[in-house]
Design a protein. Structure first.
Length: 103
């Protein structure tokens, strides 16, 4: 499994969440198996999103689509973010604990 990890430095979490909920880049149709949204306990405007994909190509394709359709729009960055978001694709190599598949 591959996880797209995105860090968003947002101006206002509630405003960000409204846009996030509209799914402007089409994560639901992109093959994302799950989406998890986190907020920093010390800074409520520091948001992390983890999206799981079956393949690296699917994760890369969604990231490219997100950049094209959302991040490359100055009005999105200017109104919702204090800086550009950052992203990386992680490959799961081990899992332990609750929800871990038997190996």
């Amino acid at each position: 499994m591959f996880t797209l990890q995105i860090s968003y430095p947002v101006r206002d979490y509630e405003a960000f969440k409204k846009v996030f909920d509209t799914d402007p880049a089409g994560r639901a149709a992109s093959g994302a198996r799950s989406v998890r949204l986190f907020r920093d306990t010390e800074d409520q405007n520091s948001v992390a999103v983890l999206l799981d994909f079956d393949t690296k190509d699917a994760a890369t394709g969604f990231l490219e689509q997100l950049r094209r359709q959302v991040w490359d729009k100055p009005e999105v960055i200017g109104q919702l973010m204090t800086a550009a978001p950052t992203a990386k694709i992680l490959e799961e190599v081990a899992r332990e604990g609750q929800g871990a598949a038997d190996s």
